[in-house]
Design a protein around this ligand. Sequence first.
Ligand SMILES: Cc1cc2nc3c(=O)[nH]c(=O)nc-3n(C[C@H](O)[C@H](O)[C@H](O)COP(=O)(O)OP(=O)(O)OC[C@H]3O[C@@H](n4cnc5c(N)ncnc54)[C@H](O)[C@@H]3O)c2cc1C
Length: 285
Amino acid sequence: MVLHDQPMSCLTTFRIGGCARTMLLPNNVTGLEECLKHLSGTGKEFYCLGKGSNLLVSDQGVETVLSLERLCQVDILEKRDEVIISAGAGTSLRRLVAICARRGISGLEALAGIPASVGGAVFMNAGASGVSFSTFLQEVLVVSARGSGWIAASELETGYRNGGLPPGAVAAWVKLKLKKDTPQEVRKRATGILKKRALSQPVGAASAGCVFRNFHDAPAGKIIDRCGLKGMRRGGAMVSPVHANFIVNTGDATCSDVLELIDVVTGRVKDQTGRTLKLELRVWH
Ligand SMILES: Cc1cc2nc3c(=O)[nH]c(=O)nc-3n(C[C@H](O)[C@H](O)[C@H](O)COP(=O)(O)OP(=O)(O)OC[C@H]3O[C@@H](n4cnc5c(N)ncnc54)[C@H](O)[C@@H]3O)c2cc1C
């Protein structure tokens, strides 16, 4: 399916961004291969969209977006103690966590509350409290204009917020290895994690999660907080008073507001601590 003039403010958790002039939504892997061949043939640059939870999109919008939201099938194979989940890249991580809690499948509850798609979680190697998506990844089906193929997780050079996918590759499907547990235990852990998030992050506000990468020896949020920048505003964008590594859209923030605030925060942190903040957020111009 092809859609035109889709407002990215409705497709991102930041609620910011102009329109995607063309949006391609393949129904399956074959459709995705065709899309990528077509895009490669026309030489058009494109952005791959998951759940839009780590994105800041230009107020002017972007030309071409490939959305994987229709690749959202989930298959579960239970062995004795082990469970293999196979899921399309467009599947919401929240849905997977809910399925796991219901069926007593353990592992992903550590990532409860991350509003990612499976594809975005692979690409970013989403993680929390020392657990990352790559911990559970067995294989990923990677698609490019040249075709598709499964890559074993052991072949990916994953790191902090880096899934190690080949440049330009699109993750279409994943296989995850998880463990059997009781639904009560999995639910208890997931609930605990969600409660912790609710206390430490502005979960109800429009944001894109952490804006900056943590330093190896300190969380970026702590450093920004120590510089006294919580609550700082530019237009409708504000450094969250709850968690200093979150910038929240207070209602009418533009991409320019956020970029200006990022500049000011980066400058102040550099001046006061000598440290250079690096973006975790992806910016689409
Ligand atoms: C309230 C909140 C809390 C958050 N907490 C955390 C947290 O605890 N830990 C954490 O790691 N992150 C967190 N995030 C950030 C975000 O959820 C993650 O970075 C997530 O992995 C992004 O997934 P997505 O599907 O939304 O990707 P998008 O935001 O849609 O895209 C992000 C990047 O991934 C690429 N991408 C998406 N899908 C694919 C694909 N199938 N193949 C190739 N590339 C792809 C995009 O092109 C883009 O470059 C949080 C965000 C919010 C709003």
